[in-house]
Design a protein around this ligand. Sequence first.
Ligand code: PEP
Length: 247
Amino acid sequence: MTMRPLIAGNWKMNLDRAAGTTLARELAGAVASASAFEMVVCPPAPYLLAVAEELAGSPVALGGQDCHTAASGAHTGDVSAPMLSDLGCTYVIVGHSERRADHGETDAVVRAKAEAARAAGLVPIVCVGETEAQRDAGTTLDIVGRQVVDSVPDGLDGATLVVAYEPVWAIGTGRTPTVDDVAAVHAHIRGVLSAKTADAAAVRILYGGSVKSSNAVELLAVANVDGALVGGASLKTADFLAIARSV
Ligand code: PEP
């Protein structure tokens, strides 16, 4: 790895306030500033403030799971990037496949969200990944490459952009691509990014999809894998720390 890997925990719509704050407190107590990895947790929006209070003074960063394209306005139920920033977030996940599937988010919407995140000073973690049918059809590189072209704003750099490759069929299923497949997709993403930014080599490209402590060492050792986006295994302190320490 050529840069400090990012280990990101996506809690999705899980945990309650007590469990979330306990998890955050335990992570804050366990992660040292000089760690070989950077860690960010992305709790459900209603718990951001309570988790932020637990993380205060620790190197563990806070992220949102989504943001609106607009900074404010008549968008009932939505959360804006400036609001996330106001609560202490430094990252926000955009374009997760569950958002794309459940809320019909297109690449254009995802790109607009990433731009809104940047305008608010947040680092967007832009998610891309193929479905199982697309993989079976042999179109993974085309699909993922197109998503990167259309979802990632131009001109960002290693300090302002993270991309996460998450094969949809690997999320929450216990299945993962082979390390050769992960290497091929991540190399392709790096290549596509080089047309968008002069700093493609410094952009962290995370792998996500059924990362566990038992496969993290292998996955994090793949070329161009600069960290992990972790769902289920980020909900337990020991499991998430074990993944981070695999770095
Ligand atoms: C995710 O949805 O971002 C994810 C990677 O989930 P899991 O680790 O549970 O597969």
